[in-house]
Design a binder for this molecule. Structure first.
Ligand SMILES: Nc1nc2c([nH]c(=O)n2[C@H]2C[C@H](O)[C@@H](COP(=O)(O)OP(=O)(O)OP(=O)(O)O)O2)c(=O)[nH]1
Length: 134
């Protein structure tokens, strides 16, 4: 049986906003917006992978909070799982894989062109964002 690899994405919240990251590669995904994250490495839990990826890609320390229910197919052999996370320290910068970041306020989450495969998780994250105390 072929194994399916997990890509973990972070619905990163800070000060009542959701972080969107614009991919700079590969060409078929470049220019579209995603939840930052990446592939699990052997032996890692999704939460560990998310903490590592957010550190590498954005230069922030983050704490995973809860999983958004569901799993979404990506390219063949990969699925996307999403955790909410909060920023513990650092200011997010597009260090790797992205060329722009945007913090989206509740009600403005649709203002970027999300990757199609991210849209259900983003919709769920947007509903959580609406409920956060402000
Ligand atoms: N990180 C992330 N990747 C996504 C999302 N949606 C989506 O289709 N993808 C795709 C893009 C890539 O083909 C794959 C994740 O690869 P990546 O390049 O971000 O992961 P990585 O940092 O572990 O990459 P690598 O250089 O080690 O291969 O999943 C998403 O919301 N977040």
């Amino acid at each position: 049986m072929a194994t399916v690899r997990v890509v973990v994405g972070g619905a990163v919240f800070d000060r009542g906003r959701l972080l969107a990251a614009r991919r700079s590669a590969p060409p078929e995904l470049a220019g579209r917006w995603e939840l930052p994250g990446g592939k699990l490495e052997p032996g890692e839990t999704p939460q560990e992978a998310l903490v590592r990826e957010l550190r590498e890609e954005l230069g922030i320390e983050a704490e995973p909070l809860e999983r958004i229910a569901g799993e979404w197919p990506l390219k063949p052999g990969y699925v996307l799982q999403v955790w909410t996370a909060r920023v513990l320290s650092g200011e997010a910068r597009p260090l790797e894989d992205h060329d722009e970041l945007r913090w989206l306020a509740p009600g403005r989450v649709d203002e970027v062109d999300w990757l199609d495969q991210d849209r259900p998780a983003v919709a769920a994250a947007a509903r959580l964002l609406e409920k956060l105390p402000r």
